[in-house]
Design a protein. Structure first.
Length: 135
């Protein structure tokens, strides 16, 4: 007879959040240990300033998770965007990572109403409008 394991979703979620926090702290430590020239080269490779790269890294690995969901809700293929307009797509990731409207965006995403409301607050709305004009 197989033993049944009881799960505790709240505890599992707390453990995952703590693990993510520890991983982010380790990444930040690695960045602090990197010399400024090496960091500047990485920023240049990504076509951003060292200050912009630092700001994005400080936001953590999930800072722009909303962008793929936004693009999908608008019928924009992220892979095509990345292939055809990589600079614009990279800039949209940077803008999303530093956005101050995450709670509102996530609420609209969860409600399925993002496509109707994003233009009111999304800092990527002008870039998305530019995509619509090019299509």
């Amino acid at each position: 007879m197989a033993a049944r394991t009881k799960t505790y979703p709240i505890v599992e979620n707390a453990i995952k959040l703590f693990g993510d926090w520890l991983k982010h702290r380790q990444e930040m430590r690695e960045l602090r240990d990197m010399n400024s020239g090496e960091f500047a080269r990485i920023a240049q490779d990504l076509c951003v300033s060292p200050a912009e790269l630092d700001a994005v890294v400080r936001q953590g690995p999930h800072a722009s998770d909303e962008l793929p969901r936004l693009l999908k809700s608008l019928g924009i293929d992220e892979a095509t965007l990345s292939r055809t307009q990589p600079v614009l797509q990279r800039d949209m990731v940077r803008v999303c990572a530093s956005c101050q409207q995450k709670a509102r965006c996530n609420s609209d995403l969860d409600a399925g109403t993002l496509a109707q409301h994003y233009e009111q607050y999304c800092p990527n709305a002008p870039a998305i409008d530019e995509l619509d004009q090019r299509s």
